[in-house]
Design a protein around this ligand. Structure first.
Ligand code: NDP
Length: 399
């Protein structure tokens, strides 16, 4: 049906590429392009021989001209951005210049401020609309499936949704004293930032990890979870009717938090450059270099993830509660595609989002968050491509 240019060859990209190859009627041809071409070639070598035709290229996604040249050469129908959030705007610029659809899994963030906001990408709305192309923002799990779950709940279960709690539990154990499950720089920037949630249309800020709850996760059991700021809160509060409060919680074990506190206390999580033996280095980037590569965690990680949303609202004048979630097993993911569940739960929806655009099931020129589209075909594909969802009408609630 079409051609996809995939930018990045890390943990998430690897899963997305496996899944594109499992869906060859939609992804007839893909090009894997990243900073380090050998990683693209290794993925091609692993997956070549199926129905999807694969090529590779080297690209610096910080450079708009290089991106434009690559797009003009490969002529994709969609660009799937699985590099880092810092590259979102350059890739969107190149898509605008060449009139190609765009998909990503994380919102733009400038290198020098850890601040997750959609304003930079939403500023492209009119230009994408005029060019007749679609930018689909946040097609991972959270953001991503959490937005699709919200749109599905709104469409089929509620007249209005007043409260959403997004719960992200990773009960996986990789056996290292400290490691992050996806890009360490992005992960640590996210968890060491202040927490926040939206109540009555206003952001309420908390100290990092200030709000803790214990939740009994289906198929996992009781875990400590902490309120974090998360980017989908901003778009869901605008796009879902009747929202009074929306929060995001993520589970962390005590050992992870103790290590993080210690690294923070000694200055290793700082993003301010320092002088070291005549060079400028960013402590957090140096820390990334000494931590285990998230891609290496796959064969070691055991246990499950459970990510989902609890909705409270009204249907036909009556109060109603509804919980939609997915449970994913690290070892099963590794067996299937050679990656652990955190990359898997992001890479599968990235493929599905791109498939929605390639098949024309979603077609809305402009810049849109995922919950603005019809959730039904996406929900069907989640069941088909390895992330089946479950529902409960009587879940435990978060205080
Ligand atoms: P990795 O660090 O494993 O991979 C990033 C890839 O991007 C690497 O191949 C890297 O190249 C490449 N890259 C980085 N900078 C450039 C550049 N300037 N030009 C070209 N390529 C570049 O990250 P992950 O796979 O873990 O994460 C990918 C994205 O997914 C991130 O944006 C992350 O925030 C997002 N994510 C979203 C989630 C969600 O649920 N929505 C959950 C988890 C992650 P090199 O190999 O040379 O370093």
């Amino acid at each position: 049906m079409g051609k996809a240019l995939i930018i990045g060859a890390g943990g998430v990209a690897s899963v997305c590429i496996h899944k594109c190859c499992q869906n060859p009627d939609v992804f007839e041809e893909i090009c894997i392009a990243s900073r380090t071409k050998s990683k693209c070639d290794a993925l091609k070598a692993k997956l070549d021989g199926g129905k999807t035709k694969i090529s590779t290229a080297q690209v610096n996604a910080d450079n708009v001209d290089e991106l434009i040249a690559l797009i003009n050469e490969f002529k994709p129908d969609v660009v799937i951005n699985l590099a880092l959030p810092y590259q979102d705007l350059t890739i969107m610029d190149a898509c605008l210049a060449t009139k190609v659809n765009y998909v990503d899994t994380a919102n733009y963030e400038p290198l020098d401020t850890a601040k997750f906001e959609y304003k930079w990408q939403w500023a492209y709305r009119e230009r994408f609309e005029k060019a007749g192309i679609t930018a689909l923002l946040g097609s991972g799990f959270d953001p991503g499936v959490t937005g699709v779950f919200s749109a599905y709940a709104m469409k089929h279960e509620f007249d209005e949704i007043n409260y959403i709690d997004i719960l992200d539990c990773n009960a996986g154990d990789h056996g290292y004293p400290f490691a992050t499950n996806f890009n360490p720089e992005i992960n640590i920037r996210e968890v060491s930032a202040k927490g926040s949630y939206i109540e009555d249309g206003k952001w309420i800020e908390t100290e990092p990890m200030e709000i803790k709850r214990v939740y009994n996760f289906p198929e996992i059991g009781e875990k400590d979870m902490y309120l974090l700021h998360h980017e989908e809160l901003e778009s869901l509060a605008l796009n879902i009717k009747g929202i009074k409060r929306i929060r995001f919680f993520m589970t962390f074990g005590q050992s992870y938090l103790t290590h993080l506190k210690c690294l923070e206390n000694v200055g290793m999580t700082s993003i301010e450059p320092i002088d070291f033996e005549g060079h400028k280095i960013v402590p957090l980037q140096f820390l990334k270099a000494v931590l285990p590569d998230p891609a290496s965690l796959g064969p070691r990680t055991k246990g499950k993830t459970n990510i989902g949303c609890i909705f409270i609202g009204k249907k036909d004048g009556k109060d109603k509660t509804y919980y939609l979630y997915n449970v994913c097993d690290h070892e099963e993911c590794y067996k299937e595609v050679g990656s652990q569940a955190v990359s898997y739960t992001t890479g599968v929806p990235a493929m599905i989002g791109a498939a929605m655009l390639l098949t024309g099931k979603w077609n809305k020129p402009g810049v849109h968050n995922i919950e603005e589209f019809d959730p039904d075909p996406f929900m069907e594909d989640l069941n088909k491509f390895g992330l089946p969802w479950k529902e409960s009408y009587n879940p435990d609630l978060v205080e």
